[in-house]
Design a protein around this ligand. Structure first.
Ligand code: ADP
Ligand code: MG
Length: 577
């Protein structure tokens, strides 16, 4: 007898359903999509027990007529596309026609709906294993879906659900994403009887972002770009998070995850955001739907963008422009005045670090910590004290320069500071195009065997970045030009370090990234080292130059260049106050 049998419909339905619905958050995502597609401008999400016992989404959208409502819970039924070609002009969030049927396969499901303009409503009840039932019912215009006992029929899946808290975080993230994408709609979200979000329809995106992340409103830099076939609306805040969870990307209002776009957005931030921290970024790409392919994954999170190089270039330059706005608005230097001596909790080293972090201008993240830091750190002095009020008090560990100011002491990392200065000078001298110098004797390099092809393919990108390379023999190449700012006699050292890091760190071979990466490498290599001894004059002029920089408080890798402790703080430590 053969080994192969056809799976019963009930089994493969559940398997397929598990792909679309892999947790309470995906039920919320799908029901929100449907409410948005139905044109609702008031959407109410209610969940209990992390969504495990109840998820309900109520909308005031178009509603459905009775016969449609019964069809809607069937497999592969949709009102959103009819042919494959319709995908090219897709304007809705849904199109696969499988969300409701998948939810029905794995939960106790009720949908109550009334089509706008019709006198009566319909109720559909579905339980796993039996066909859905339809009956007339009283209903407001719009649709309410309630999903109970998710995954009772899939015990294995149920076991993998996380704690209620963890599930709630994922659910909230879904609501937040949709709320950012659709600012003109109202959203209410309640978890275990606790109101979590209450967002009225907003006038514009900034208002919605401010509603979700209070306090960002004044802080957002907005850049718009319009090019043939696509449009970018970028909001960037100087506030940072320790991870990318404050970075949102939307393509035609659809929240998407795209690592390469995130890389493009973050690469110009290197050295402007502190190391290991990320600016809040809200990037909206509106693009001709014929140029993208949304049909990649049932969760519709992945999108294929076609003209990626043009879009990437525009993204990169928009972020750069936004960052120059951030620099102009320069992070105010929090200068604790004598009246706000830090409390005793600041005497532990970690807290000292936090205080000084505020002090060199790091932007705190949202939430409680931000509030605590801002109220605890006193007045904003603005600007940076000029150097003639500084006294050089010497160097320690052959690395750190110590200065005394009237009301504080300043510790400068000489290497990091010099790196920042060189980086900005080099950047300024390279201007828009890259000035290059031709090497008298070309430098010959042999890349790792598996990278040779990549080098050969990207000769143009390297040339645009000022590094002209020519294949030499079968496995090596000659470098014939380097950016003009590279100091005399340091060319070989800097170029070889650049290639070493390039192979190791997997920098994309795109002109803009290569250029920034070369600059950073050259600045690092040319800077004074730890252990180099500076005289008083040199030390003072180093700080002078540092404070002339656009981003004085960070080296190009994002590490701090200086920290400052107030006199009041030191007096507190020594119990003089
Ligand atoms: P899709 O959204 O991909 O079309 P679904 O299974 O999510 O597939 O929904 C099937 C159909 O049910 C939709 O195409 C739509 O016509 C209808 N529908 C679902 N939810 C709603 C709603 N909240 N309001 C109005 N119509 C809805
Ligand atoms: Mg849908």
């Amino acid at each position: 007898m053969g080994q192969i049998t056809r799976l019963p419909q009930e089994v493969y339905e559940k398997i397929a359903a598990g792909e679309v619905i892999d947790g309470p958050y995906s039920v919320v995502r799908e029901l929100l999509d449907n409410a948005l597609d139905a044109g609702a401008d008031e959407i109410i999400v209610t969940v209990n027990d992390g969504g495990k016992s109840l998820i309900s989404v109520r909308d005031n959208g178009s509603g459905m007529a009775g016969e449609d409502a019964l069809l809607a819970v069937g497999r592969h039924t949709t009102s959103k596309i009819r042919t494959m070609e319709d995908l090219d002009t897709l304007a809705s969030m849904g199109f696969r026609g499988e969300a409701l049927s998948s939810i029905c396969a794995v939960s106790d499901f009720t949908l109550t709906t009334r089509k706008v303009g019709e006198g009566h409503g319909t109720k559909i009840v579905s339980n796993p294993g039996s066909p859905p039932r339809s009956a007339p019912a009283a209903s407001n215009p719009g649709t309410t879906v309630s999903v109970k006992n998710l995954f009772t029929t899939l015990p294995a899946r149920k076991k993998f659900l996380k704690s209620n808290r963890a599930e709630l975080m994922k659910i909230k993230a879904e609501v937040v994403k949709k709320a950012i994408g659709f600012h003109e709609r109202g959203f209410r979200y309640t978890a275990d009887e606790r109101p979590v979000l209450n967002l009225k329809p907003a006038q514009n995106r900034a208002e919605r972002i401010d509603g979700l992340f209070p306090g960002t409103g004044d802080d957002l830099v907005l850049i718009n770009r319009e090019e043939e076939g696509f449009k970018l609306d970028l909001f960037l805040s100087r506030r940072t998070m320790p991870n990318r969870s404050g970075q949102y990307l939307f393509v035609n209002n659809r929240p998407v995850v795209d690592r390469s776009i995130l890389y493009t957005i973050n690469s110009p931030c290197r050295g402007i955001a502190p190391a290991g921290r990320f600016f809040f970024v809200f990037m909206f790409i509106t693009i001709d739907s014929a140029l993208i392919d949304v049909n990649v994954h049932p969760s519709k999170n992945e999108i294929k963008l076609q003209p990626s190089s043009r879009v990437n270039a525009a993204l990169h330059s928009a972020v750069r422009e936004a960052l120059s706005g951030v620099k102009l608005a320069r992070v105010p230097y929090k200068s604790p005045d004598a009246g706000s001596v830090p409390g005793p909790d600041l005497l532990v080293p970690r807290a000292v670090e936090e205080r000084s972090a505020v002090y060199y201008g790091e932007s705190p993240e949202f939430g409680e910590r931000a509030a605590a830091l801002e109220t605890g750190s006193g007045t904003t002095a603005g600007g940076i004290p000029s150097v003639d009020r500084l006294y050089y008090r010497g160097c320690f560990y052959h690395t750190y320069l110590l200065f005394e100011e009237e009301n504080s002491i300043l510790i400068v990392d000489q290497h990091a500071a010099h790196e920042r200065i060189l980086f900005e000078n080099m950047q300024a001298s390279s201007g828009d195009g890259v000035l290059v110098k031709r090497l008298l004797v070309p430098l010959n390099f042999t890349p790792p065997a598996d990278r040779y092809g990549e080098m050969a393919e990207n000769i143009d990108a390297f040339r645009e970045a000022g590094i002209e390379i020519e294949p030499f023999g079968d496995e090596s190449f000659n470098v014939v030009t380097v950016p003009a700012y590279v100091p005399e006699k340091r060319e070989e050292e800097i170029v070889s370090l650049f290639f070493d890091r390039f192979y190791r760190e997997g920098v994309p071979a795109r002109a803009g990234d290569l250029r920034a990466f070369f600059l950073e490498t050259a600045a690092c290599r040319s800077a004074v080292k730890e252990g180099d001894v500076l005289g008083e004059e040199e030390a003072l002029s180093l700080v002078d130059d540092l404070f002339d920089c656009n981003v004085p408080h960070l080296c190009p890798h994002g590490r701090p260049t200086f920290v400052r402790y107030t006199k009041a703080y030191i007096e507190k430590v020594f119990k003089r106050r």
